[in-house]
Structures are given as structure tokens and as C-alpha cells.
Design a protein around this ligand. Structure first.
Ligand code: HEC
Length: 206
């Protein structure tokens, strides 16, 4: 089974790779802005983009291989087991908190916190205002918490045609049943290509 004959699919990476991250939000407070240098922020953002590209391409490879091998019902297992594993591996490698989130969840473990929810709403607003979902620039910010400053980074994940088998409006009944078994509270269907499906999200201690 050759994973790599499949054309790499963008997953918003085009926007990431183009380095068009510079209309990101500024640091939350003056305190954060004075404590952390611009260079450090840029470096953290660049490292985050790299980690997310690794996450996206590994997951995409696994997903597409499973789709080819056993169709969507097989691939559900990949998303169910492999997606959290890849996230955990990258988190272990980097020491950061790395994951995926969405406003309409399949896995409740992926629920956004307040900061993530606001960024996701911002991504949707950009699409509503006419920006293609695969051109949305990532968002980053230094956030002060009770445990200290955190660098937070999110990159939108566009919905592609290949996602609709499991996230679209008309999900095959076999797939639907497999999803219902694993995710009784699944909200992540009804998407159309071109919408934001969710985001990769990273939190770094500073
Ligand atoms: C074979 C079915 C299948 C396909 C195809 C699929 N997904 Fe998923 N998706 C899932 C499953 C299952 C989960 C839950 C994973 C978990 O438990 O963390 C999921 C979760 C997600 C999440 C995490 C947020 C959440 O709702 O829990 C995002 C983001 C996501 N998918 C995006 C996509 C995108 C973008 C595509 C197309 C490139 C895609 N998916 C294709 C089955 C699929």
C-alpha cells in the first residue's frame, strides 16, 4: 500500500506555508508584549506551523490509505484511534499541547476552550466575509493564565470534498451507524466543502 502516490491535500497548509500569518492578533496585554520579544513570538509561530504541517500530513496519509484499503468505515477507526495518537506523539516530541478542535464536535474530548472558541468563530466570520477557508491565516496570541504566560496558536482546517463521506450532509447509513456507535453525541455532520471544519490548536508554556 503506497501512501505517497496520493496527491498531498492542502488542509490549509498552503496558507500556512505561504507564511501569511502576519495579520494575527497582537498580544493580549501590554505586560505580555513587553515580556516577550517579537522574535520569540515569530519563532514560536514558525515552529507551531511546522508541527501542524507534520500533524496534517501524517493524518492525511493515514486517512487516505485507510479509505483506499477499507473505505470510510475502516477509516473511521483511523480517525478514532490514530488522530489522537498523532496528536499525543507530537505533544510528547514538542512538550506542547497539540490537538484538533471544532465548534461542531464529533469527539467531545476535542472541545474548544474559551480562547479557541473565539478564534474558531473568527475563522467562520472570515469565510462568511469571503475568504476561502484554505486561505485563512493562522491566529496566535500570548495569553496570561494563572499558571503563567502561554503561547497559543490555531490554524483553520478547511472542509474538502474528501471529508464529506464522514462530515457531509448525506452520510452513508453504514458510516452513520459506525459513527453513532463511537460518537453518540456526534455534531460533526452537515458540512459543505469550503467551510471551516475546525482547527489545529497548540498551547506552549513560555
Ligand atoms: C472516514 C471518516 C472520516 C473522514 C473521511 C474524515 N473524518 Fe474527520 N473525523 C472523523 C472521526 C471519526 C473523528 C473523531 C476523531 C477523534 O475521536 O478524535 C473526526 C474528527 C475530526 C476533527 C476533530 C474535531 C472533532 O469534531 O472531534 C476534525 C477537525 C476533522 N475530523 C476534520 C476532517 C477533515 C478536514 C477531513 C477531510 C480532509 C476529515 N475530517 C475527514 C472521521 C472522518
Amino acid at each position: 500500500m503506497n501512501h505517497w502516490k496520493l496527491a498531498p491535500i492542502a488542509l490549509g497548509i498552503a496558507a500556512l506555508a505561504a507564511g501569511c500569518a502576519n495579520h494575527d492578533e497582537a498580544a493580549t496585554s501590554d505586560e505580555a508584549a513587553t515580556e516577550v520579544s517579537e522574535e520569540e513570538i515569530e519563532q514560536r509561530a514558525a515552529d507551531s506551523r511546522e508541527a501542524i504541517q507534520q500533524f496534517a500530513s501524517t493524518l492525511q496519509g493515514e486517512l487516505m490509505a485507510a479509505m483506499e484499503e477499507g473505505g470510510p468505515t475502516e477509516a473511521i477507526q483511523v480517525c478514532n484511534e490514530v488522530a489522537p495518537e498523532i496528536a499525543a506523539d507530537i505533544s510528547a516530541d514538542t512538550g506542547w499541547d497539540v490537538g484538533r478542535t471544532s465548534l461542531k464536535l464529533r469527539n467531545p474530548d476535542n472541545a474548544p476552550d474559551e480562547w479557541e472558541r473565539a478564534v474558531l468563530e473568527g475563522f467562520d466570520a472570515e469565510v462568511a466575509a469571503g475568504t476561502p477557508a484554505d486561505e485563512i491565516a493562522p491566529s496566535h496570541e500570548v495569553v496570561q493564565t494563572d499558571e503563567g504566560a502561554r503561547f497559543r496558536f490555531m490554524a483553520a482546517i478547511p472542509t474538502g470534498g474528501e471529508c464529506l463521506a464522514c462530515h457531509g450532509a448525506e452520510v452513508d447509513s453504514d458510516i452513520k451507524h459506525a459513527l453513532e456507535r463511537l460518537y453518540p453525541e456526534d455534531e460533526a455532520t452537515g458540512y459543505e466543502a469550503g467551510q471551516v471544519r475546525g482547527a489545529f490548536t497548540i498551547t506552549q508554556e513560555m
